[in-house]
Design a protein around this ligand. Structure first.
Ligand code: GLC
Length: 615
């Protein structure tokens, strides 16, 4: 609390001194040293006037600084925030303070803001992070299902509430910009980011993407509980050949618009304040250099009026030498560059490019203005510090309840022979096997605590097994191996199988096979002498090629990547929630069908888009 008072006093002092200085010495011509006008500091001034007043007195170095985003782990010194007038920091996946607690995140970001406020014009930072399924970098935060599971719910109100809860947890830590929602329309299950999309069908993605944006940004961006939403990745990140991450979408403009551009209409209508460019290419042209799509289409046709950001070091993928790459990206319409490491080199290149006439000053002023509008709308000039009163919301029971609701609604019941589900809470002998049954890290998937995610107890939560234990009666015995249940009259066997955590290109997979050990779990269970019914749960970011294993199971549920609230899976298993989930993607019979999407000719998947059983 004392820190917060100190910071507020600092803010008042800066504002007071600036006003006093102006009163004493009067307006001076700006040679980059004096503040010639404090009009931009006044919250009562219309934002366009605040922007014009501020830009008109900024030096080229200050403008370029605003366009520079650095991952905090690469800061040579925190003083470089001031020295290079940095406008934005980010935490890439896993880029956390040494002590990963919500409070230490808030202390870290507030410390960075103090440095930014020491600059001549006291322009606050905007801080970005991938809170793609809750505030997933922060230990103890609520981790919601990844988007593919939310796609299975089809529930806009639920996605709105998840986004609003996430916004509170993110803002509590002094962060004000989410690199999300990802409104990709993944067309190929082999893509390592398949689970980051709500589904394969543009209308579904459009509805849920807009709901997320509205949840993040709320009614008023300047509210202390809202954050800027960043729709990503523009454009056709999910349409690349072979599902290769950062690959080439070799498709017609008609398909590009019908499938991949479609969700951006609703996203912009919902007021998305930021758009992130895609690493991928369209018919051989890198998205980060595609002026037609970044300017003519995104701004000209769709009316996007926020700011764009590059993806991680993506300008270096453009043709030419470094200066040419920078000029190409900025002139194509990239406003802010996620450098994110060698920021001094980037800044020097920008200055050279402007001085050599390769980047017009008008383009710089346009980019800086786009960025500053959002900083003013967020209220960062009034109060850039973490609203500490929100810290109690991080991982709160209320947020976890929303997570559990989302998990239950995301379960897709694909098979239920003889209606063996729902199980009775009074079941006597239950076997729960599979290496993913008691594994928080696996059920969270990638983008959790670290970039790739990891197996095990990586953050507080309820595993699937924990959830089952909570719901069974006192007369139930749970065995976690078939050997332990030898000779027992088993009533049911639950096998929890699936994928280990992964993110981005590390999840690209040309076979989509279940691990051999996981196939074994199911085969052993289905051949067990007890003849007990087998219920298979798949924890994965996408359909896997497991038709034989599904045939061996009496019941089969796609659980996707549920996050920390595994109790929602048990809610469906025991009928506390009657499953309503519907497939957001088509389920291939085997790899020869991949990619398969609703609307294809001769469409004949194992389970079609929109399929899902209830009790
Ligand atoms: C990554 C991803 C992007 C993410 C960014 C910052 O490479 O492509 O989705 O927002 O870098 O972590």
């Amino acid at each position: 609390m004392i820190k917060r008072i100190k910071r507020s006093l600092l803010l008042v002092a800066i504002l007071g001194l600036t006003a006093l200085f102006f009163a004493c010495v009067g307006p001076e011509t700006s040679n980059g040293n004096e503040v010639t006008s404090v009009l931009y500091q006044s919250a009562n001034t219309p934002i366009p006037d605040r922007v014009n007043d501020l830009v008109s007195q900024m030096t080229l170095e200050e403008k370029v600084g605003q366009m520079t985003q650095v991952d905090r782990q690469f800061l040579v010194s925190e003083n470089h925030i001031k020295k290079y007038f940095l406008g934005s920091l980010l935490s890439g996946g896993g880029s956390a303070p040494s002590v990963n607690t919500p409070e230490s995140w808030a202390d870290m970001t507030d410390g960075y803001q103090e440095k930014a406020l020491e600059t001549r014009l006291s322009i606050p930072l905007i801080y970005g992070i991938d809170a793609v399924h809750g505030h997933n970098n922060v230990y103890g935060a609520t981790v919601f299902p990844h988007n593919i599971g939310l796609g299975a719910t089809g529930d806009e109100d639920l996605i709105y509430r998840i986004a609003a809860a996430t916004a509170e947890e993110v803002r509590a830590t002094g962060i004000d910009w989410n690199f999300g929602p990802c409104i990709t329309v993944p067309q190929d299950e082999r893509w390592g980011r398949h689970y980051e999309g709500f589904g394969e069908e543009p209308q579904l993605v459009s509805r849920l993407g807009a709901a997320a944006i509205t949840g993040y940004q709320g009614e008023n961006l300047s509210d202390s509980t809202t954050i800027l939403a960043g729709a990503k990745h523009f454009l056709a990140d999910g349409g690349t050949e072979g599902g290769r991450d950062r690959g080439d979408a070799k498709i017609s403009e008609e398909e590009l618009r019908r499938i991949h551009l479609f969700p951006y209409y609703a996203a912009i209508e919902a007021g998305a304040g930021n758009v992130m460019a895609s690493f991928s290419s369209w018919n051989g042209e890198q998205m980060h250099g595609n002026k037609y799509l970044l300017q003519d289409v995104l701004r000209g046709e769709l009316g996007f009026d926020g700011f764009t950001v590059s993806d991680w070091a993506a300008l270096t993928l453009l043709p030419g030498n470094y200066d040419q790459q920078v000029a190409l990206g900025i002139n194509a319409g990239i406003d802010m560059v996620m450098v994110p490491d060698d920021y001094i080199r980037f800044i020097q290149s920008m200055i050279r490019n402007v001085e050599d006439g390769n980047i017009p000053v008008e383009r710089i002023d346009e980019a800086v203005s786009n960025i500053l509008v959002k900083k003013f709308e967020l209220g960062l000039f009034e109060d850039p510090f973490a609203p500490r009163d929100l810290l109690e919301t991080v991982g709160s029971d209320a947020h976890r309840a929303i997570g559990r609701e989302a998990v239950a609604k995301s379960q897709v019941l694909l098979k239920n022979e003889g209606s063996i589900l729902p199980l009775s809470n009074d079941i006597k002998n239950l076997v729960v096997i599979g290496s993913l049954s008691d594994n928080i890290g696996a059920q969270c998937g990638g983008w959790t605590i670290s970039w790739q995610g990891s197996s095990g107890d990586i953050t507080p939560g309820t595993s699937v097994l924990d959830g089952i234990k909570e719901l069974v009666g006192e007369n139930t015995t749970i065995y976690t191996s078939l050997d332990d249940a030898s000779g027992v009259d088993i009533d049911a066997i639950i096998c929890v199988v699936g994928e280990r955590p992964y993110a981005e290109m590390q999840g690209d997979n040309s076979k989509l096979e279940l691990a051999f050990a996981h196939k074994n779990f199911i085969e052993e269970a289905s051949n067990h002498s007890s003849g007990a019914p087998v219920i298979t749960l798949l924890i994965s970011g996408r359909p896997l090629m497991m038709t034989p294993q599904i045939e061996m199971s009496d019941a089969f549920i796609a659980s996707w990547l549920p996050g920390t609230e595994g109790g929602g899976v048990a809610d469906v298993l025991f009928g506390d929630y009657n499953p309503t989930g519907k497939l957001p993607v088509s389920w291939p019979r085997d790899i020869s069908q991949v990619p398969v999407n609703v609307g294809d000719e001769n469409y004949d998947p194992l389970y079609p888009f929109g399929f899902g059983l209830s009790y």
